[in-house]
Design a protein around this ligand. Structure first.
Ligand code: ARG
Length: 654
């Protein structure tokens, strides 16, 4: 049984004729911050009393009078202005712990009404180096799949990779003009990446040259607009004018920053004789790249052949990363998969009057939206949004989901807003479409995390660095053991890989996904704090107690020793173990794996306190020792399960 949902159910019944909208009040039932106030607290008598125009304590008393929780709680208490404090019965807690101990699911129930979810995550643009932003999507999406599946839902994961975009036009152009055939033979991925970067740089250079006069003019205009707002000396601007001025100054600064960075990039190319020579020789590269892409999309044989030749190498590269991250997908239907379904979608949108022609392009105008959704460009090319519409249609036909989750960074929120609105117009109004958006990974300086200017770090070098640093921690830790090191070089390397990757994943998952966060190897690998390292260490510590005591865990479980919750630390730990289920409900409710990491952190802390206060192997009696070993085992199993649902492995020794 899941405690919080059960409490909500009981309160819902008690609230029946007090309110028509119980949910907002039920959301105010929480775990108590301080055991003095019981295990859970219902804090809604105050707002409800206000609404009803009655003293909150009276309202609380009435609710308590109606509340039926005697089977698992002691008599509820009313405190202060009307808090209702609930304390679970110890014998009930013990029964629940017995059930959890005997259950491979640790007592977590499956949902009564399973839904079908399609989860669209990771989705890198292949042939471009995968970057740190893709880690977020990959690990959050993977963890959501694991959690939803464990709760009993049907989950279809689909990696909507970008395998059809302009990057292929760039590589094809690069292949035709700059290929180093030997390098390509030895390491195609690396050579393709080099070609991509080179062509990209040349395209950016020429686009930048064209943008320069435009940008300078924009700066003049913005500066002039500010001058216009300024008042003659002595006159004070009012609040509105000040606000407008601040906005204009912000815009001006933005253009100036852009100009500065653009000029820096241009100077860098000009100063490099090799690159600037290439830039001069390939003055028309931008339009040439576009037409290579267009030829590919229209089925040009040679371009299609090259695309097919490049693709396996690109896929190899991302599979290697997925292998190390332990992430798999049910399907990888990339953008190219939808190529021959795009025309018919646009035709249908036109026929049904959902889309209109505007300046030669086809657009969907949506009520209340300033910008339309573009589904076909003037030159006939289809767009990202067109592919996404085709994907919704295909997914409905193939899997009939109740919900599609798009785990994609927040910069695409407008795209998804327009996409979802258009899908509703197409008739998908029963389908729940959710943008599970996330913030940016930042560097120390507060700007998006990059190793060097102009180039995000390749994802794999990030993994390598985390593993290398974990290796040092594992070695130091092992060397410092009282009885001497216990891991071989090989074991150390294996533990380091697990610990390093885990640290990286957990650092991401433990953030509230909508916030930006600062990337820091030191923080993510800290032995103390809300990190994977701390959790893995807590797990390994329990396992080492059993090893030291020569405890046969299977036999311990089979003997079903009675659990004793005499010490407050034992009780707190027992209660925390039972909260796994509610943490998963919270994580699934708004797609936030950090609900699970916070829970695991609380659990590990409760375990620490328990471990400091309560002897396990040397307990006062054999019964107590057995009971405590059961609590240790349940803690370890819960941590292991929790980490597994985050996509993180444990280690037996570290
Ligand atoms: N390839 C895109 C990018 O890297 C993300 C795709 C997300 N999924 C989708 N169905 N639009 O920005």
């Amino acid at each position: 049984m899941s405690i919080l949902p059960e409490l909500k159910d009981r309160f819902r019944r008690a609230l029946v004729d007090l309110t028509d909208a119980p949910e907002e009040y039920l959301d105010l039932i929480r775990q108590s911050g301080d055991p003095k106030f019981g295990d859970y607290q219902a804090n809604f008598a105050m707002p409800l009393g206000k609404k009803l125009g009655r003293p909150p304590r009276d309202v609380a008393a009435e609710i308590v009078g109606r509340l039926d929780v005697a089977d698992f709680c002691r008599q509820p208490e009313i405190a202060g202005p009307g808090f209702i404090n609930l304390r679970l019965k110890d014998d009930w807690l013990i029964r629940q712990l017995d059930t959890a101990a005997a259950d491979p699911r640790l007592g977590v129930p499956q949902v009564p009404r399973p839904r079908t979810y399609v989860v669209d995550y990771s989705a890198p643009n292949v042939a471009k180096p995968m970057h740190v932003g893709h880690i977020r999507s990959t690990v959050i999406g993977d963890s959501l799949c694991r959690i939803l599946k464990f709760l009993g839902h049907k989950v279809v994961s689909d990696n909507h990779i970008g395998d059809w975009g302009t990057q292929f036009g760039m590589i094809i152009y690069g292949y035709r003009n700059f290929l180093d055939a030997d390098a390509y033979r030895d390491n195609p991925v690396e050579e393709l990446a080099r070609l991509y970067r080179l062509v990209r740089r040349l395209v950016d250079y020429h686009d930048g040259r064209r943008r320069l006069p435009e940008l300078k003019e924009q700066i003049d205009q913005r500066a002039a607009a500010i001058e216009e707002q300024k008042l003659p000396p002595g006159e004070k601007p009012d609040k509105k004018t000040r606000k407008a001025l601040r906005r204009l100054e912000g815009n001006l600064q933005q253009s100036r920053d852009e100009l500065e960075s653009l000029q820096r990039d241009l100077v860098a190319v000009d100063a490099n004789p090799q690159i600037s020579k290439l830039a001069a020789e390939h003055a028309e590269i931008s339009s040439a790249v576009l037409s290579e892409t267009a030829r590919l999309h229209h089925g040009d044989e040679e371009n299609l052949r090259l695309w097919k030749e490049f693709l396996p190498a690109c896929e190899d590269e991302i599979s290697r990363v997925y292998g190390r991250l332990d992430v798999t997908f049910d399907h990888t239907l990339g953008e190219s998969f939808y190529n021959d379904r795009l025309g018919s979608i646009v035709d249908e949108l036109l026929e049904r009057g959902i889309a209109q022609e505007s300046d030669g392009a086809i657009c969907v105008f949506l009520e209340g939206e300033e910008v339309p959704m573009l589904v076909r460009k003037q030159d006939g090319a289809f767009l990202y949004a067109t592919t996404d519409l085709a994907a919704i249609r295909y997914r409905m036909e193939a899997w009939a989901p109740d919900t599609v989750l798009y785990v994609v960074d927040h910069r695409q929120s407008l795209h998804f807003k327009l996409l979802f609105a258009t899908a509703r117009k197409l008739g998908y109004d029963k389908l729940e479409l959710q943008h599970v958006s996330f913030g940016t990974v930042l560097g120390d300086d507060g700007t998006p995390f990059k190793a060097r200017r102009g180039d995000t770090v390749g994802l794999e070098s990030l993994l390598d660095e985390a593993v290398a640093r974990a290796g040092k921690i594992v070695a130091d830790n092992d060397d410092a053991k009282a009885d001497g090191p216990e891991l071989s070089q090989q074991q150390r390397a294996k533990v380091a890989e697990t610990v390093g990757i885990a640290a990286l994943k957990y650092a991401d998952l433990s953030q509230n996904r909508t916030s930006d966060y600062v990337f820091s190897y030191d923080k993510m690998l800290a032995m103390n704090g809300n990190t994977a390292t701390y959790m893995q260490y807590a797990y390994a510590r329990v396992r080492s107690i059993f090893a030291r005591g020569g405890v046969d865990v299977e036999a311990l479980r089979a003997s079903k020793p009675a659990i004793i919750l005499g010490d407050p630390a034992e009780r707190a730990l027992g209660l925390e173990i039972l909260r796994l289920s509610e943490s998963l409900d919270l994580a699934a409710a708004d797609y936030r794996p950090n609900q699970l990491t916070s829970y695991l952190f609380d659990l590990a802390n409760r375990y620490s306190t328990f471990f400091e206060r309560c002897h396990v192997l040397k307990a006062e009696s054999e019964e107590l020792s057995q009971s405590r070993m059961m609590l240790c085992d349940l803690t370890a199993r819960t941590i292991r399960k929790g980490l597994e649902l985050l996509g993180i492995d444990v280690v037996e020794k570290m």
